[in-house]
Design a protein around this ligand. Structure first.
Ligand code: NAP
Length: 279
């Protein structure tokens, strides 16, 4: 039987609807500050997309676009003033900053309860400790697909990625939902043996068509995180054409995990309001 195809749009629309309803019920729109420093083209497009999406959901988006020559003190002062501002519920710093600045130094000025990207050491440490926190959006999006695919607790999950934005936080979310993660990377031995024995494969290797039928069986569910540009087309890491007739379930690219990731940032913003320490 061909695989069930899980579209991200369906999940994303449902989460967006619940965010809109929650904002309407609150009456008072949440406020998100988005900061971009410099001229990086990808950052500029993520920045614009967040502003558009936020406004569409009814969020008050406060956009700061700083020139490439912005000094370290000026950037740090902005981060500190937004962090201290009681009117600001969430803060995102686009992660491509000019070379004379440090993204890590600047982002880590955001308190964990406003860190809607889940990118700071405080958020990641809390995630690892099982403390209430905001997790990075891509791993959260993967967890939405796990729910949608009705993957039973205890199931084994091969995660092909060990980065701080995808594989590491995802493995923590998997553990806290009682799944059994296996983290694989470019130095792992016997990858295909492991992936074939797992119920789910989450692939984020960053290589188009990397995941072929040799990695899977008829009971595998594939969640494709990869976003690659090949011959002017966006493709994932899974060879969809060859895998779809074989596996149990699969997500498309585009229109899969990426479509949900952009919404999870705003789901985090709603969670940020509840995470704020009460005086
Ligand atoms: P990255 O920094 O290049 O990391 C790739 C990971 O895959 C690394 O852990 C690497 O292992 C592992 N890997 C690479 N080749 C492998 C191989 N042949 N066998 C086993 N493991 C291998 O990339 P990234 O930033 O994490 O992103 C990965 C992909 O996800 C990209 O396509 C990116 O565009 C996409 N992405 C999508 C979203 C979304 O929302 N859908 C969000 C973020 C990223 P080593 O650690 O050993 O090098």
């Amino acid at each position: 039987m061909p695989a069930a195809i899980y579209e991200g749009r369906t999940i994303s629309d449902r989460i967006a609807e619940s965010i809109r309803n929650e904002i309407e019920k609150r009456g008072n729109p949440p406020r998100l500050s988005v900061i971009r420093i410099g001229k990086d083209a990808a950052s500029a497009s993520y920045f614009r997309a967040k502003i558009r999406k936020g406004r569409d959901l009814g969020v008050e988006v406060d956009a700061h676009s700083l020139p490439p020559e912005t000094g370290a003190d000026e950037a740090a002062n902005l981060m500190d003033s937004l962090s201290a501002d009681p009117e600001v519920d969430g803060i995102i710093l686009e992660n491509q900053v000019p070379e004379h600045l440090s993204y890590v130094e600047l982002a880590n000025r955001i308190p964990y309860w406003k860190d809607v990207d889940g990118a700071t050491f405080a958020s990641l440490g809390r995630l690892m400790s099982g403390e209430p926190c905001l997790a990075p959006a891509t791993p959260l999006a993967v967890m939405e697909f796990m729910k949608e695919m009705q993957i039973p607790q205890g199931s084994s999950v091969a995660i092909i990625n060990r980065t701080i934005t995808v594989g590491k936080p995802l493995s923590m979310l998997m553990l806290s939902s009682n799944y059994t993660p296996f983290i694989l990377h470019s130095r792992s031995l016997r990858i295909r043996e492991i992936t074939r024995s797992c119920d789910v494969i989450v692939v984020a290797a960053g290589h188009p068509g990397f995941l072929t039928p040799e990695y899977a069986t008829g009971r595998t569910s594939v969640i494709d995180v990869g976003i690659n540009s090949k011959d002017g087309q966006i493709t994932g890491d899974a060879d969809m054409e060859k895998l779809a007739p074989l596996v149990r379930a699969i997500t498309p690219v585009p229109g899969g995990v990426g479509a949900v990731t952009s919404t999870m940032v705003f789901s985090n913003l709603m969670a940020a309001i509840k995470l704020k320490p009460q005086k």
